[in-house]
Design a binder for this molecule. Structure first.
Ligand code: SF4
Ligand code: F3S
Ligand code: FES
Length: 248
């Protein structure tokens, strides 16, 4: 059965803004994004919200719902009490363009700073051979939909713009870990993970893992193993060299 929900939505642009209250109709089976679309259609036609797939796969509709990073299209209205006021704000770590839409270019910049997969020059296409376990290990990380909620929630940059130049955030530290675990990647990623991308800033709070809509175990399967590999490298460079040679 339908009901009227109380929504408190962040409105503003250019660094200025405030929360505005609305009462919006909700129908059975709807998600928060449906209600925001109804709000646009009936009361706030200029309300800015980014979305694409409405299926939890494009990573566009990241927002904070009652203070928690969530995908608007995957957050069912039935998870809230009908009398509750639902507060919807943009992701806090990135600058707001307008209303619920953030400028997430920080993330694209960090992606560009990571050297791409670097296989040995003498291996030709069709000659790559990988153990199934190596395939499966990186498969988990490749489920990432780039919603950037992990980077948004990480305390290292959430309220600390000054750390942004030195910290790639969990999403991209995970990318470095994925490349470092690849048996055919020839770059030594460990020193640069620590020195250039800020792995040492991560103190394993695991908030990134908690918010990941793809349930990727970012901390346990990418960041902690990467930290261990950095320590191995630091104390014994032969361990790193051996791991690459013997995996072939
Ligand atoms: Fe989103 Fe998870 Fe990818 Fe982070 S790792 S960007 S939370 S899908
Ligand atoms: Fe940040 Fe995740 Fe580490 S939230 S501190 S990157 S475990
Ligand atoms: Fe694509 Fe929500 S609209 S993930």
């Amino acid at each position: 059965m339908g009901y009227k929900a109380k929504f408190r939505v962040w409105r503003g642009e250019g660094g200025e803004g405030k929360l505005e209250d609305f009462t919006v109709e909700v129908n059975e089976g709807e998600v928060v994004l449906d209600v925001i679309h109804r709000l646009q259609a009936t009361q706030a036609p200029d309300l800015a919200v980014r979305w694409n797939c409405k299926a939890g796969k494009c990573g566009s509709c990241s927002m904070e719902i009652n203070g928690r990073p969530r995908l608007g299209c995957m957050t069912r209205m039935s998870t809230f009490d009908e009398s509750e006021t639902i507060t919807v704000t943009p992701m806090r770590t990135f600058p707001v363009i307008k209303d619920l839409v953030c400028d997430v270019s920080f993330n694209y910049q960090k992606a560009r700073e990571i050297p791409s997969f670097t296989p040995p020059k003498d291996v030709k296409p069709g000659e790559y051979r990988m153990q199934q376990i190596d395939v499966e290990r990186s498969q988990e990380f490749r489920k990432c939909i780039e919603c950037f909620m992990c980077n948004n929630v990480c305390h290292v940059i959430r309220d600390h713009d000054e750390n942004k130049p030195a910290f790639a955030g969990p999403r991209f530290l995970m990318r470095i870990a994925e490349l470092d675990m690849h048996p055919y990647d020839e770059l030594d990623r460990r020193e640069s993970a620590q020195e250039d991308h800020g792995l040492g800033y991560c103190n394993i709070t695991k908030c990134c893992t908690e918010v990941c809509p793809e349930h990727i175990k970012i901390t346990d399967n990418a960041l902690i193993p990467m930290k261990e590999r950095v320590v191995d490298r630091k104390y014994d460079p032969l361990v790193w060299l051996g791991s690459k040679i013997f995996k072939r």
